[in-house]
Design a protein around this ligand. Sequence first.
Ligand code: TYD
Length: 202
Amino acid sequence: MTKGLFITFEGADGCGKTTQIELLDKYLREKGQQTLLTREPGAKGLGVKLREILLNYDGEVSPQCESFLFLADRAQHVDCIIKPALKEGKVVLCDRHTDSTVAYQGYGRGLDLSRINMLNDIATSGLKPDLTIVFDIDVETSMQRVGKEKDRMESSGVEFFNKVREGYLEIAEKEPNRVKVINSSDTIENIHKKVVELIEKL
Ligand code: TYD
């Protein structure tokens, strides 16, 4: 398979990663790179329907069920969108991927981490990002950025988001080669420079 590059952007809600992924996409395109900007959950097609359930369903959702819905979206995304783009040699920029399930459903909801890693592996058929950037921010600031209109996941509370943050930092400690942490309380321009430095190293 001709290989592009697979880069994932991670962090708690309100960490500013979506702004940064768009800036990086623009930067790479201006350099003449072919990119695919995509996201989880809900890149397109069936994923959009799963996203609607995951973010807006207002009845009871068990943590296991929540995990499987994110994983179902991921399997579809990897097979139908990410792998074909990598095969074409594109730089795939993905807003959230496997580490979100580890941080949110594992650390946040308390599901078994080794099982989540195994299920992630099944959903992606073993595909791993070449680089993952975690945008780290304190929970108070991230909740302020999210604002009052919160979706189902964002309504999970401060304690939950402290665990999610801790989860991301532990993932980065465990896999220092793949996962890099950027302090996201800096200015948009400075954070973008740090992102570009990481990409140029690849
Ligand atoms: P989204 O609006 O895309 O959030 P953001 O802009 O912060 O990325 O909503 C996705 C939500 O789903 C977000 O709260 C994180 C959560 N999520 C999980 O809990 N597990 C997962 O595996 C993924 C991909 C997302």
